[in-house]
Design a protein around this ligand. Structure first.
Ligand SMILES: [Cu+2]
Length: 128
């Protein structure tokens, strides 16, 4: 018969990988639930907001991760919803979390004067 300690050691070797795999999978599902949307910001002549159309579900919490991939500051504002990120500096990432309960099309804009084409730096948030 195996001594008690050996049995415990064998059990740990079996259980540990199961726990690790389970932890990895449950973490993944948490990320999915968090509903993260990536948005990159660049002056219009270099690529504008990308994507320029963002589709989300109403009533679901969304975290928008806005990465400024440009060499000048940009901003992010959705006037109809009162969502605002004052300034996203060059190369930086800003996050904004919100839940929108009403379906509709909400234009968003850059709120920092970033180039001669600044006024064209915009997109649409579609809530379905
Ligand atoms: Cu801009």
């Amino acid at each position: 018969m195996m001594p008690k300690q050996e049995i415990i050691a064998v059990l740990l070797v079996i259980i540990c990988p199961i726990v690790i795999v389970w932890a990895a999978f449950s973490h993944q599902s948490i990320l999915k639930q968090a509903n993260t949307v990536q948005l990159s910001a660049q002056a219009p002549e270099k690529g504008n907001f990308s994507p320029q159309t963002i589709k989300i579900k109403k009533g679901k919490e969304i975290t928008l991760m806005i990465r400024n991939v440009d060499v000048t500051s940009h901003g992010f504002i959705v006037p109809l919803l009162g969502i605002r990120v004052k300034e996203i500096k060059a190369g930086e990432l800003e996050k904004v979390t919100f839940t929108i309960d009403e379906a509709g099309k909400y234009p968003f804009y850059c709120s920092v004067w970033c180039s001669d084409y600044h006024m064209q730096m915009r997109g649409t948030l579609i809530v379905e």
